[in-house]
Design a protein around this ligand. Structure first.
Ligand SMILES: NC(=O)c1ccc[n+]([C@@H]2O[C@H](COP(=O)([O-])OP(=O)(O)OC[C@H]3O[C@@H](n4cnc5c(N)ncnc54)[C@H](O)[C@@H]3O)[C@@H](O)[C@H]2O)c1
Length: 351
């Protein structure tokens, strides 16, 4: 597990793995110009790196660094085909040159951020989506939207695993609504541009993704990084509810490969489609906690606290559409993904 020499060796291995898998399937962004919002974030930074590695003509990354980090793009600093600008994706923008693809990734995504920045989140997924669609419309680009499994809310029994045809069971006026309802509104804006301007648009419903570079802590944290940090620091592991709620944890290399398959203009069968990109292996939050304790060699114990309001009980995608249209399915079991993630946290957290 600890065969890596540095944090960047871990992330480089992941980028190479994604690029290899895409290359083997002849999915390429060579010579294309891609504009990506939110490219300094967890998912976005890998997307930028893979696009550059694939020989994109130009990758233009806009990010306001609200939840992302410039350090995530450190490896691209000297690349001639990479441009980074600090910019808010909710203000209208125009790259001033033709682009082939617009990928709108910009949005805070941690449940803890929902309480502190609900308006920013709402704006990113609604106004920000519209700003990106305007650019796609103007330049005839493919538009990619990063939606979420949260559009399903807390699915009714009988709708888990959840197919894309499920309309959802979300609370429009609750603590999570700034996120899940704005993502739903974002999907509706995408549909409107498809109908009125015939924009080539694709929507990914992303399920819980983890891996090196995901942020932990009380504001940005999500369940996997928080458990790893708590275990490494010997603190109690904060499990919400009885820990029996499930999530389908998707490793970053699988997720980014799926997203880049879906966003590729040559994948014409994906045009106008909404596709779940996640893992269909369900794990309980409690099982994750125990696995993290085992793999970090921690002495931490589990500490249970009340389940947050509207927290979904089960999360698991139907992946038939991703397999059929994108020839994609996740490859990485949770234990294997943690074999990359835990060493990365050792380098960065304990440094
Ligand atoms: N990681 C997951 O498990 C997951 C699950 C479902 C959906 N998503 C979606 O994928 C996208 C990326 O998520 P992530 O996990 O990489 O989160 P992240 O917080 O690491 O990345 C989001 C990036 O967007 C930037 N950003 C936010 N608002 C912005 C704005 N108005 N203008 C410019 N930049 C802005 C942030 O600074 C950050 O770099 C988000 O849209 C998120 O909703 C992620």
């Amino acid at each position: 597990m600890d065969g890596f020499e540095s944090a960047s060796a871990v992330t480089d291995a992941i980028v190479a793995d994604i690029a290899n898998h895409l290359g083997r399937s002849k999915i390429s962004y060579q010579d294309q110009k891609i504009l990506i919002t939110g490219g300094a974030g967890f998912l976005g930074s890998y997307i930028c790196e893979v696009l550059v590695a694939q020989g994109a003509r130009k990758v233009i990354c806009y990010d306001n660094l609200s939840s992302g980090l410039k350090e995530n793009l450190e490896g691209l600093r000297d690349k001639e085909n990479f441009v980074f600008q600090v910019r808010d994706a909710t203000e209208p923008y125009d790259p001033g040159e033709h682009v082939d693809v617009v990928m709108h990734m910009a949005s805070r995504a941690s449940p803890f951020e929902f309480a502190h920045f609900p308006i920013q989140i709402w704006r990113s997924n609604t106004i920000g989506t519209m700003c990106g669609l305007e650019v796609a419309r103007k330049y005839g680009a493919t538009f990619f939207y990063s939606s979420t499994s949260e559009v399903y809310g807390d699915p009714d029994a009988g709708h888990v695993p959840t197919p894309e045809t499920y309309w959802g069971h979300a609370n429009p006026n609750g603590p999570r609504s700034c996120y899940d309802e704005s993502k739903r509104a974002g999907e509706a804006v995408v549909k409107a541009y498809e109908l009125e301007h015939k924009v080539d648009a694709r929507i990914a419903r992303i399920f819980n993704t983890y891996g090196p570079r995901i942020r932990g802590g009380p504001l940005f944290g999500r369940v996997v990084p928080n458990f790893i940090e708590e275990a490494m620091l010997g603190k109690p592991i904060s499990v919400f509810g009885d820990g029996k709620q499930t999530r389908s944890f998707t490793f970053i290399s699988d997720e980014v490969e799926g997203l880049l398959r879906l966003a590729n203009p040559a994948m014409i069968q994906a045009r106008g489609e909404v596709i779940n990109i996640g893992n269909n292996k369900e794990d309980t939050v409690e099982d994750l906690a125990r696995l993290v304790i085992e793999m970090t060699g921690s002495k931490s114990e589990l500490r249970y606290s009340p389940l947050p309001k509207d927290d979904p009980v089960r999360r698991c995608p139907v992946l038939e559409k991703a397999k059929r249209l994108l020839d994609w399915q996740p490859r990485t079991p949770l234990r294997e993904g943690l074999e990359y993630t835990i060493p990365w946290f050792r380098f960065t957290l304990l440094a």
